[in-house]
Design a protein around this ligand. Structure first.
Ligand code: NDP
Length: 414
């Protein structure tokens, strides 16, 4: 069983996932654009055009410049390889400036939103080429610097997983650049462009507005919370490679924006009460997702874990782990507040947020729900990945936590 799992994990899954996802998104964006999703059309549009290369290079450059701009900076958490990356903390300024610049462009060129919608397959194709080239460079450069205690794996697996946790290019932290500054900003600009393209094509729709505004609130929250993002598994566990960098550069602007994209060519039929209910569900879910992440960040940054949650002093378990050099470290696992209800309640609210901004597309079939379906699979898989990591890291303390908080996502159910 162990051997079969290793063969699938190291040899079979990486090439299948790389080919499947890289090609799949090019077909997906054609579906979103309401065009024939055939291989020949996808092939003819995946090389980009002048518009897409200009837009992508501009975004990549602005994102990189934002990381060199003056502003506060702070060291991230210690990683398993003992490195401690330095992060530029001007996410809100970058978010606001980019949105203002984009608004000016939209005012100057009212058909820009239509051009973005029509060229979305080319935009994703360009991002695909850039992301694949970047991942190849990360593989080659990472192999050059590979640690001697890092066992060599099949090349496709290394390409998929990445080599280094915190690589830098020209003084820029790669994951902050690709994930935080390019991928998520592309998501934001695209959903605004798709909403405007929809209004220009079909007139104003409250349902499409709810889909756009909920994602905008979610993304604004992300930039407000950017420092918290540097404590997450994307940064502390996942190495910079296809999985995380390609994912943020290509999958986010294609699959994550899919509902908004789909609503341009398939006008919503949801009633106003349904759109209002989706808005309430979405606002509550985004807020609660933030609250769960915030409780852990507060607890982990408070001296000796002393903080108040839900009006009471936080309760925790002491835990120990050894680093690669065998040194013992002490930490704490929170067992009260949201972290005492379920072990990954933040994922539950993340899924509910995505469901909320998909609900306005109710009545248009299953396709607008693709993102929420994908996210559910991704986060359930992530629960197991994280728990495997925590079990290895904390051993019996993790088991004690699981006994105290037996549910993963939904109390009494899972
Ligand atoms: P978590 O924020 O849940 O972090 C998990 C880590 O937290 C564990 O590895 C462990 O790390 C620590 N931890 C676990 N339990 C406890 C506890 N009881 N007390 C203290 N520390 C604990 O996961 P992610 O990093 O995956 O998610 C962060 C955010 O990003 C979430 O809001 C999530 O929804 C969102 N997200 C969104 C995705 C998307 O595609 N839309 C994808 C993935 C995440 P340690 O080693 O430090 O102890």
């Amino acid at each position: 069983m162990g051997k079969t799992y290793d063969i699938i994990r190291y040899h079979v899954a990486p090439p299948l996932l790389i080919v499947g996802f890289t090609c799949g998104v090019q077909l997906l964006v054609l579906v979103g654009a309401g065009q024939p999703a055939t291989l020949s059309v996808a092939l003819s549009r995946c090389w980009g055009n002048t518009f897409s290369w200009t837009a992508v290079i501009l975004l990549l450059k602005c994102a990189a410049l934002s990381l060199h701009a003056p502003g506060p900076s702070k060291y991230g958490p210690h990683s398993s390889d003992k490195s401690r990356p330095l992060y530029t903390l001007n996410g809100v300024a970058y978010y606001v400036t980019t949105l203002l610049a984009f608004s000016c462009l939209l005012a100057l060129r009212p058909d820009l939103a239509d051009a973005i919608h029509q060229s979305h397959p080319e935009l994703v194709g360009t991002l695909n080429l850039v992301a694949l080239a970047l991942c190849l460079w990360l593989l080659i450069d990472g192999k050059r610097r590979a640690q001697s205690d890092d066992p060599p794996r099949p090349i496709m697996y290394e390409f998929f997983r990445g080599m280094e946790l915190h690589p830098r290019i020209l003084g820029v932290d790669v994951k902050q650049w690709t994930n935080s500054r390019v991928g998520l900003m592309a998501w934001q600009l695209l959903v605004i462009a798709f909403f405007i393209a929809g209004v220009r094509r079909n007139g104003f729709s409250a349902a499409a507005f709810v889909t756009m505004i909920l994602q905008t609130i979610y993304l604004a929250k992300f930039y407000y919370w950017e420092w918290g993002y540097f404590q997450t598994l994307d940064i502390t566990l996942d190495r910079a490679g296809y999985y995380i960098c390609w994912g943020c550069l290509v999958l986010v602007p294609s699959l994550y924006t899919f509902t908004s994209n789909y609503l341009v060519t398939h006008p919503p039929v949801a009633t106003a009460p349904l759109a209002a209910a989706a808005l309430v569900l979405g606002l509550a879910s985004v807020l609660l997702n933030y609250r769960v992440d915030y409780e852990k960040l507060c607890f982990r940054t408070a001296k000796d874990g002393r903080c108040h949650l839900w009006g009471r002093p936080a309760q925790f378990l002491e835990a120990e782990y050894k680093d690669k050099q065998g040194r013992v470290h002490r930490t704490r696992l929170l067992v009260s507040g949201s972290w005492g209800v379920a072990r990954h309640l933040n994922y539950t609210f993340e899924i509910l947020s995505a469901l909320a901004w998909s609900l306005p597309a109710m009545g248009l079939g299953i396709l607008p729900f693709l993102y929420v379906i994908f996210l559910t699979l991704l986060l359930v898989h992530r629960v197991y990945r994280d728990e495997e990591k925590c079990q290895q890291k904390y051993g019996s303390s993790w088991q004690a936590y699981c006994r105290l908080v037996p549910y993963r996502l939904l109390p009494w159910i899972f």
